[in-house]
Design a protein around this ligand. Structure first.
Ligand code: UDP
Length: 320
């Protein structure tokens, strides 16, 4: 099989590339290196079954050629990270909406199956925890930049589903919950690499808000395994799946665990959201997935515990 991964030099994309190369498949990556990096795919560069193109998904002729070459497309290229999104909303909206439009319209010409990576962010301010795929999406005000990410991804979902219903392009949508592991950078605001780097450097560990907000952190290896299995199943077409861990932890508790596991002397400090992001920033108080659907179809289980994941991330950053 020949697999195209947009955003393949990113954190999740590079792990997906590893998985397919290991399975003996031919992997094609397109990435503009805006948030991805060559370092993530350096170990694959000389592999005979790995090919990469540095370009944006907006480049029609390049993408058309790559889609032509491949049997299936994983569309992971997107603006990611709350910090980046708040700082660059134009880029977020344009990358996420236009990029998906291009990928779907070109894939449709050749009827190549597409998996679109969406996000748990689409549940927005919903309090129907754990979130189910058929639950309501509750968006905040358009004046709050954060929600542009959720809305742009919700449009991507609508478009992918519309292509399936109206044009019979096979599409699968995954809503990725907080996904973590080696190669994730803290540069765009992600909490675990940020805390680990702070703790290892003996700098203050910055808990935003009161730290009572909760998240579930899934291991990237579990996540990419689920993506590959969903891609194989006909029943997944035209469907949306939550993918993530169900081990819920508050951000304050996370800071304590990172401090303990790194044996760091760092102090834990609280930073108001307005200072961390922007005036009037709204956070999601709880984010927990219901993964029954993915479990029933492809046996999805999050196998790594939070402590196990933290140890791997600490080891990765200690060696950097
Ligand atoms: N967070 C934090 N300190 C940081 C970075 C993030 O307390 O240095 C918090 C953030 O406000 C959120 C949670 O950690 O409540 C997860 O943030 P992340 O950006 O990793 O992902 P999100 O779940 O917001 O998409």
């Amino acid at each position: 099989m020949r697999v195209l991964i947009t955003g393949g030099a990113g954190f999740i994309g590079s792990h997906l590339s590893d998985a397919y190369v290991a399975r003996g498949e031919e992997v094609f990556v397109v990435d503009d290196l805006s948030t991805g990096s060559m370092e993530n795919i350096a170990h694959l560069k000389r592999h005979p079954r790995f090919h990469y193109t540095i370009d944006t998904v907006h480049n029609h002729p390049v993408l058309a050629e790559l889609i032509d070459e491949c049997d299936v497309v994983f569309h992971l290229a997107a603006a990611v990270g709350v910090k980046l999104i708040v700082e660059s909303p134009v880029r977020t909206i344009e990358t996420n909406v236009r990029g998906t439009e291009v990928v779907l319209s070109l894939a449709n010409k050749k009827k190549k199956k597409v998996l679109v990576a969406s996000t748990s962010e689409v549940y927005g301010l919903s309090d129907q925890v754990p979130f189910r795929e058929d639950g309501n999406l509750v968006m905040g005000a358009t004046t709050k930049g954060r929600w542009s990410y959720a809305c742009s991804k919700a449009i991507d979902e609508f478009l992918a589903l519309a292509y399936w219903r109206e044009r019979k392009l096979p599409t699968v949508i995954v809503r990725l919950f907080n996904t973590v592991g080696p190669r994730q950078t803290g540069q765009y605001g992600m909490v675990i690499p940020t805390f680990v780097k702070q703790a290892l450097a003996g700098r203050p560990i910055t808990v935003y808000g009161d730290g009572k907000q909760t998240r579930c952190f899934g291991y990237v290896g579990d996540v990419v395994g689920a993506l590959a299995r969903l891609m194989e199943r006909d029943e997944a077409v035209g469907q949306v799946f939550n993918i993530g861990s169900s081990e819920e932890v508050s951000i304050l508790e996370l800071a304590r665990r990172v401090k303990k596991l790194t044996q760091s002397d760092s102090e834990i400090v609280f930073v108001p959201y307005d200072e961390a992001y922007e005036e009037g920033f709204e956070d999601m108080p709880r984010r927990v997935p219901d993964t029954t659907k993915a479990r029933s179809l492809v046996g999805f289980e999050a196998t790594e515990s939070l402590d196990g994941i933290l140890k791997k991330v600490i080891e990765y950053h200690s060696g950097q």
